[in-house]
Design a protein around this ligand. Sequence first.
Ligand code: S0N
Length: 263
Amino acid sequence: MPDDFEDITYVVDDGLAWVTIDRPDRYNAFRARTVEELIDALKRAWADPAVGVVCLTGAGDKAFCTGGDQKQRAETGDYGPSRSGLFEVEALHRVIREIPKPVIAAVNGYAIGGGHVLHVVCDITIAADHARFGQTGPKVGSFDAGFGTAYLARVVGEKRAREIWMFCRQYDAAQALAWGLVNEVVPMAELRATVRRWADEALALSPTALGFLKHSFNADTESIAGISAMGFAALDMFVGSDEAGEGVEAFNEKRPPDFGRFR
Ligand code: S0N
């Protein structure tokens, strides 16, 4: 299949598909096209019997992904064009969960906002020791009322998940490991080799058993998908508001937001 990706790269190496968000000048933030390409790549990995494990990562050593592209949002009021005309973040979460193969997030820097949610929904997270984690929605006028909140609470517990969203702090890799938000922390220079090692362990196991196990783990949290659909519909309405606009403008003007008048 010809590789017509613009925002990502897709490379299969000995059973492991590397899916890399390739927008380092935007700290690997995603626009609609990026999300569409990520979905295509994951489906390609799903369909390919030569692939047993997927790794999602970001180009460079600054960022894994910093969520929705706030510059695009300021320029055009949306996340730019896609073939379908949709901005399918919710569908991306679903395909990461539904592909019956382990998906490993290799966090090579900031995992922030919608980028943080991406690693949360992956099966495994391996982080470089300089990685930083956090949500920014209430700072920039967005929220994730689905897997980004409810499933995060399953991972780290209610109190920590609420702290993460309600205070928009950043957490280092050691803290993320202590909270069970990541599986392993390694020096950046060892990140890819570590993913390779984890992938090789999984590649030696029964793919059918792994697939059913993944479905089984998902079954327990599947009700979140319904909340997620409602949350993203609400978000679509909220992002057009003056309140959300203040968050985007503040980020792009490099100043703190002033939400006082919306209280
Ligand atoms: C990552 C942060 C903390 C890094 O800070 P630092 O080290 O001070 O570097 P900066 O100078 O800030 O950044 C370096 C350069 O990278 C650009 N950049 C960084 N992040 C983004 C981004 N998300 N979009 C576009 N550009 C980005 C900077 O602008 C800078 O470039 P220059 O040098 O040219 O100025 C810090 O950068 C940070 O906090 N980034 C923003 C993180 C953020 O708020 N992300 C968005 C959070 N929200 C979402 O992801 C939700 C989107 C969504 O899922 C959605 C879904 C469906 C429907 C609607 C939505 C919706 O929300 O609209």
